[in-house]
Design a protein around this ligand. Structure first.
Ligand code: AP5
Length: 231
């Protein structure tokens, strides 16, 4: 089991890049935000507990997140190359991830910091639209669907995430600065951090990422079989 972390502010393009990397290079995408939204939709106890935090743009408590991720990794497959998107977000989560991977015979190979100016983050998040049916991500101007409000992939209805209102976006960016940016120093000290310019088109961003991760020991060649999946 190997892991790559996509670290970056809300709107830096973690989810967009992860979807493309999953399809092109066979990574397994593990996105804690998506897992929480699925729990919310299913009405599970975890979803009910997380809901208020997410609506306010705050972080869900570490113990809930750590348990959710650990259960997911324990379920396997053990040989997968995971792309962590939106996790870890605190130093406590990062320490627990290290421990969990070690327990399961795995390790982190790289942490990619996606860097984007704040004004661009806000423009991206206010314009984001998501398919209610298949989860595909669009943007009203950057990645517009062929027909407004309709998913190109499955014809499903596009919606705006409740936490993509501007006031909540500002709160999420503040939370990132206060609680998640500490991870930059944490991973730099471990020699794992690489900065990537994510203020460029998604195709070029993904090409840059593939160029970086190819140099990591044990990484399979890009395109060596799609077949990646969403965790
Ligand atoms: P989460 O779902 O993880 O949201 P986030 O980190 O705020 O990240 P986003 O999904 O908003 O942004 P992204 O970087 O993935 O950007 P995207 O690719 O979509 O978390 C939501 C909430 O859940 C949190 O607030 C918290 O409450 C809770 N939570 C989740 N994980 C947690 C954890 N570990 N601990 C505690 N709480 C947790 O792109 C955005 C838009 O820009 C899209 O419209 C896209 O089309 C467009 N775009 C993307 N890339 C480009 C590009 N290169 N060029 C042009 N447009 C682009």
């Amino acid at each position: 089991m190997q892991g790559i972390i996509l670290l970056g502010a809300p709107g830096s393009g973690k989810g967009t890049a992860a979807e493309r990397l999953r399809d092109r290079a066979g990574f397994t995408h593990l996105a804690t935000g998506d897992m929480l939204r699925a729990a919310l939709k299913q009405g599970t106890a975890l979803g009910r507990e997380a809901e208020g935090y997410m609506q306010r743009g705050e972080l869900v408590p570490d113990d809930l997140i750590i348990r959710m991720v650990r259960e997911r990794l324990e379920a396997g497959p053990r040989e997968a190359r995971y792309l962590f998107d939106g996790f870890p977000r605190t130093v406590v989560q990062a320490e627990k991830l290290e421990q969990t991977l070690a327990d399961l015979g795995g390790r982190l190979t790289r942490v990619l910091l996606l860097e984007t100016p704040r004004a661009v983050l806000i423009q991206r998040l206010t314009g984001r639209r998501i398919c209610r049916q298949c989860g595909t991500n669009f943007h009203v101007t950057n990645v517009p669907p062929k027909r407004a409000g309709v998913c190109d992939v499955c014809g499903g209805e596009l919606y705006q995430r409740p936490d993509d209102q501007e006031a909540t976006i500002v709160k999420r960016l503040d939370v990132y600065a206060q609680q998640t940016e500490a991870l930059i120093a944490f991973y730099a000290a471990r020699g794992l951090l690489t900065r990537v310019n994510s203020n460029q088109g998604a195709d070029q961003l993904v090409a840059d990422i593939l160029g970086i991760v190819q140099t990591d020991a044990g990484a399979a060649a890009p395109g060596a079989g799609a077949g990646g999946r969403k965790a």
